[in-house]
Structures are given as structure tokens and as C-alpha cells.
Design a protein. Sequence first.
Length: 301
Amino acid sequence: MSVATDTSFTHFTRTAERAANQVISAYSTSFGLACRLLGSRHRQHVRNIYALVRVADELVDGVTAEAGLSYQEQCNALTHFIDETHRAVQLGYSSDLIIHAFAQTARTARIDHSLIDPFFDSMRMDLGEHSAAPAAPLRFDADAHEGYVHGSAEVVGLMCLRVFMRDEKMDDVDTTALEYGAGRLGAAFQNINFLRDLADDTTRLGRSYLGTSDHLEDQDRMEWVGTIRAQLDDANAVIPLLPPDARAAVRSASALFQALTDRIEQTTVDELYRSRVRVPDAVKAGLAARAVASTWMELHR
């Protein structure tokens, strides 16, 4: 009986992992490419994290609204998703495939409430749950921006770091450096996406994440470009401290967002409000190849 139960659980978990893989395939070619560069012991875990984060993000970014849910029903749907995630991490099982896959990763990599709760706090901010007038346009001042970025992006970087370092022994100095770098990389990714998504965020969602008035100016854009470059530099500095089978993937992702930053620097604000900046697939492939080559040379000096 116990063997059959174990086999059934394993089969269910593999099915959940395949569902998580479908999410990343459907929503992000960039992160999908970077994940393929991860060592096999990390790859599925990072996909499981991405899938949970993406489903939660879609929940608050219009899917529930387009499904016809009222504002309160949208809040209730998020609360249900949060409660089920906590329950699954505690028990090791959920009938929700995406949450079940994440729970396996969380339990393996010791991803706990200190990282999960801030993420969901940011998702609640997207719905305006703590706003006096949630239906009104949401504008994030500097403090709200910092809190939102920590929850929506920095802790996701820290989740991935726990996956990478779960079998490693590090001293306190290197651990602190890695945690700082992971947070800075997550923040850079999020700030770049805020600039890329100006049109959708302001027009469809009625949100302004960058602490500005109604309209971003070119001077603001350049200041954010400078902030992002500093964040990427800090993250890149600690990549050599990562396990070898994680470095190429992180380098590839960082290089992609550096390329996006370069393109944003050459794009006016008015253009950003009209269209989303992208990097062609051929360029992405080249960046990934260079990341692999750079890591190989680093390891064989």
C-alpha cells in the first residue's frame, strides 16, 4: 500500500511540474531560455517558483477582472490562492497543480514565510487592498515603490538563491553578498519591466509604479536607467560566488535585461507609452551563448 501511495504522489508531482513548465513556456521565452541553462538540480525548482509567481501576477493583472469577477471577488480569489499556498507548503500537497509544484520546491529549498508573505503583500497592493479608494488609479510613491519591489521581485530572487545554495556551505560574508546581489537583480528586473510596461500599466491597469505624476518624463527615464545599471552591476559582481551550474543562467538573464536597458535608454518616453521594448530572439540566443562561454572560461582558468 505504501509503495502505491508513493508512486501516486510522485506521478502527481511530475504532472504538477509539467504544468509549471507550461506556464513559463506560455508567458516568458526569456526566462524559459535562462532556465534551460541551469543545472538539472535547479531547473525544475526555478520553473516551479516562476509558475506560482506568474499565476498570482496574472490574477491581479486583469484575468479575474476579465472573467467578470467583482472587485471583492478578485480579492477573495487572491486570498484563497494565498491561503492554499501556505497550506500546501505546510502539508506538502495541494490539488492545485501550480501550488503543489511550488510547495515541493519551497519545502526542499527552505523557502518560508519570510519570503512568501512579502510577495503576496505586493500582490495585494496591485489590487489596491490597502488603498482608501481601490478603484482609483494607483500611484506608488518612493516608499510604496520600494516595498512593492521588495515583495514582487527581490524576494523572488532570494527564493531562487535558496534553490541554488541549498546544498552549499558558505560563510556569513559570502551569504550576505549573495543575498544582496539576488535582491538587486530582482529589483533591476522589476524596474526594467515597469519601464517596458508603461503603456499597459497606465492605460489598462491604471497604475504608476515609478513614483511620478501622471506622465513619466525623459529625465525620469534616464534616472531610472542609471538606477537599473547600478543594480545590475551589484548583481553581476556576486555571480562568481554562485554554484557553477547556476552561473550561466543568471549571467544570461542579467545580460538580457542589460540589453533591454540599453534599448530603453535609446527610446523616448513617448515611444515607451506606445509600445513595449523587446530584444529579438536571435539577440537573446547570442547573449545566452556568450553567458555560457564566459562561465566556461571562468571555470577553466
